[in-house]
Design a protein around this ligand. Structure first.
Ligand code: ZN
Length: 451
């Protein structure tokens, strides 16, 4: 993923402290601890650019949901029941899940700030896992059923608690080069009254942090004009992450590109729940950085192999269909197909751009933070390897993630996490039991998980 180095065969990577010191063949390093990766594939750690990690404790409770059903059940019923310990258990377990799956940077989109204790618990879960993270501080969970279904919806008047955001920034996340940094998770135009939007955008500017916001998703997405409204309010900040962006209007695409924004796409969720196609190829053509994301564990797997394959398949399917609709003759190859290297770049380096950490991670090169993943090539689903990028994008899965280094610390080695899993698992299962017993049984649940 480093342009000047490219893809290298039989290469050593020397790590000193939290950084990569050298990359090259046969490096001498007396006394260094050697991690054997002979014949394996070494890649930069994956970046998940948007995950509501607090939902890890209710994983797969909503396999068949559309976005509308999700709003009603997850945000309206589960979220208000969450206690701080539920947020802690979910964030810790979700962050450990990242490490296991080779995700070395997570953007935790945390809209479960029901009380100050919830915010503390969310940060502590990330801290205890040791994962590189961007804590996107949000709001207490509020219903958006009215936004969705109400024809007279005029926008929420509830704003992010600015004093709380300032406290989190100064108490935990003041260091913009730290292992955990901060962003602001906002609802934005069309969800909220203009004065709320302005307050939150100005809060982000005051705190010196980036904004991440959901836009233009689902069947009504193209009617919302969220980017046009931001333009009219002169709030198109650079480095803002626009999530989903399934139905941006043509003018809006240009606004994202011209303002230096970027995209977080959750292709598996977007296809499954009805947000729309993940428009990764459109964004890339405009030079807009694309990151992949898992969004919600309630409904789809949270690893990046799933996201890579979803966007690879869906973007190529769309392009093929367009070509056929344009009546290309049967012998002409479909033009402009996305390729595997582009997909791996979205999952790593461009993901780091979207997360706002590309100055330190997303590629393997001297001077970069040591966020490194070793993919095993001996496994029955990966061997034999011809093209290593093909092996990662088209064959490997989480079971092949052999060793994971974050910030120079070995958090998984030879398929074993260094963290204890039993304690955190007990916490997240107890949290599941509490939460599931706190809401009415949802349609489609075969067995309630509690004993
Ligand atoms: Zn989301």
């Amino acid at each position: 993923m480093d342009e000047s180095l490219g893809e290298l065969p039989r290469t050593d990577v020397l790590v000193e402290g939290d950084r990569i010191a050298e990359v090259g063949p046969n490096l001498a390093a007396d006394g260094a601890r050697v991690i054997e990766a002979d014949g394996d594939i070494v890649i930069p750690g994956f970046v998940d650019t948007h995950r509501h990690t607090w939902e890890t404790s209710i994983r797969t409770c909503a396999p068949d949901y559309t976005l509308g059903a999700y709003f009603g059940a997850i945000l309206d019923q589960f979220a208000p029941k969450y206690r701080p310990e539920d947020v802690y258990a979910a964030n810790l377990w979700g962050a450990l899940e990242c490490i296991n799956a080779g995700i070395t940077t997570l953007v935790d989109w945390s809209h479960i700030m029901n009380t100050p204790d919830h915010a503390d618990a969310a940060v502590k879960g990330l801290q205890d896992a040791g994962l590189r993270s961007v804590f996107a501080f949000g709001f207490p969970n509020t219903s958006i059923q009215a936004w969705w279904f109400g024809p007279d919806y005029g926008g929420s008047v509830e704003r992010i608690d600015g004093d709380e955001a300032r406290r989190i920034r100064s108490q935990y996340l003041a260091d913009d080069q730290g292992l955990i940094t901060m962003a602001l998770a906002t609802r934005g135009t069309n969800f909220c009254k203009p004065e709320v939007v302005r307050y939150e955008w100005e809060l982000a500017r005051e705190l010196g942090i980036n904004i991440t916001v959901h836009v233009a998703m689902d069947r009504f997405g193209y009617t919302k004009g969220q980017l046009l409204a931001l333009r009219d309010m002169e709030l198109l900040y650079p480095n803002t992450t626009y999530i989903h962006a399934s139905h941006l209007l043509e003018d809006e695409w240009q606004l994202v590109a011209d303002s230096g924004g970027n995209l977080s796409l959750a292709p598996q969720i977007e296809m499954q729940m009805g947000h729309g196609w993940a428009p990764a190829a459109t964004a890339s053509k405009l030079g807009i950085p694309v990151g992949l994301s898992s969004d919600v564990a309630t409904t789809a797997p949270s690893d990046q192999f799933t996201q890579m394959r979803s966007v690879f398949g869906s973007e190529r399917a769309r392009r093929h269909q367009m070509a056929w609709d344009e009546d290309l003759d049967g012998n002409t190859p479909t033009p402009d197909l996305v390729d595997s290297r582009q997909v791996l770049r979205w999952a790593t380096l461009e993901g780091a751009m979207v997360a706002g950490v590309a100055d330190r991670t997303g590629s393997i090169a001297p001077g970069r933070k040591a966020d490194i993943v070793v993919i095993d090539t001996k496994a029955v689903n990966v061997s034999p390897v011809i093209d290593p990028v093909g092996a990662v994008v088209c064959a490997a899965d989480t079971s092949n993630v052999k060793t994971v280094i974050v910030d120079g610390r070995i958090l998984k080695e030879d398929f074993r996490l260094s963290a204890d899993l039993d304690g955190p698992r007990r916490l997240v299962e107890a949290s599941r039991d509490f939460l599931v017993s706190s809401v009415p049984a949802q349609p489609g649940w075969l067995v309630r998980a509690t004993s």
